[in-house]
Design a protein around this ligand. Structure first.
Ligand code: SAH
Length: 254
């Protein structure tokens, strides 16, 4: 079981597989007012940077689930490096349908809402692991500006403009699902550069080391086209943020 190999190649050097930078995860951890021994579940945890740094900085205990064999191994190594291997556990597996045995204080899916079939389904999935009074974290893209054409949406690697909302609508959508938005931390264009531009040097070095690999042609083409595509489309049109949600008091969940 693994994710498509191209991601394991292009993001092999990433600690954070989304437009957040280390300071944004630190800001989010502080914003959530985490306490020592708080339990955090992170579905599609990537290389585990959020859990490992929060274990180091706040004393949380955590479980991460990710389908990439490479990222899961990196997460375990990172936990050892940061001296938190006793506090965080990383499971290599499919996070779709994953519900924790013990209820958690924070249940997160930061940049992989396809695991629940979209934002609403992922919130519903996380809810099943959440203790009363706990917080759900959703990391999700939104349009910084609505693309004027469908072609521009596709340039942002969306299938259609309808794939994402603008920020006010995204925030409103959480309310319609019966949740209060109790915090949010948004990425910025520098963070997008760290996520996207870091892939380019990784690809260049991978090509040098793997000239005869079956994916070499694809990676070469990506390296040649991605900087302009990114600068033209994603960097201008796409935002990204993590939204902290709590079930609205008195709201009956379906
Ligand atoms: N939350 C992480 C990673 C976000 S990138 C971070 O902030 O760094 C999306 C992640 O989803 C990748 O790590 C990928 O391996 C993982 N993924 C994709 N499909 C998955 C699935 N079905 N189950 C678990 N993880 C999945």
């Amino acid at each position: 079981m693994d994710i498509p190999r191209i991601f394991n190649i292009t993001e092999s050097a990433h600690r954070i597989h989304n437009p957040f930078t280390p300071d944004k995860f630190a800001m989010l951890g502080a914003a959530l007012r985490l306490e020592p021994e708080d339990r955090v579940l992170d579905l599609a945890c990537g290389s585990g940077e959020m859990l490992c740094t929060w274990a180091r900085d706040h004393g949380i205990v955590g479980t991460g689930v990710d389908m990439s064999r490479l990222f899961s191994a990196q997460a375990k190594r990172r936990a050892e490096t940061l001296g938190v291997a006793e506090r965080v556990e990383f499971i290599h597996g499919d996070a779709a349908g994953y519900v924790s045995g013990e209820k958690v204080d924070v249940a997160a899916c930061v940049g992989a809402t396809w695991i629940g079939g979209g934002v609403a389904g992922t919130i519903e999935l996380l809810r099943r692991s959440l203790r009363h009074g706990g917080i759900i974290l959703i990391g999700e893209p939104y349009w910084r500006q609505l693309p004027p054409t469908e072609e521009i949406a596709r340039g942002c690697l969306a299938q259609t403009r309808a794939d994402f909302l603008e920020l006010p609508e995204l925030v409103a959508s959480f309310g319609r699902l019966g949740y209060d938005v109790v915090e949010m931390v948004l990425a910025n264009q520098d963070g997008w550069d760290r996520y996207e531009a870091a892939k380019w040097l990784t690809m260049r070095r991978w090509l040098e080391a793997n000239p005869d690999d079956e994916l070499a042609g694809e990676v070469q083409a990506k390296l040649a086209s991605e900087p302009v595509r990114y600068a033209t489309y994603t960097r201008e049109y796409l935002g990204w943020g993590v939204f902290a949600l709590m079930p609205r008091l008195g709201h009956k969940q379906p």
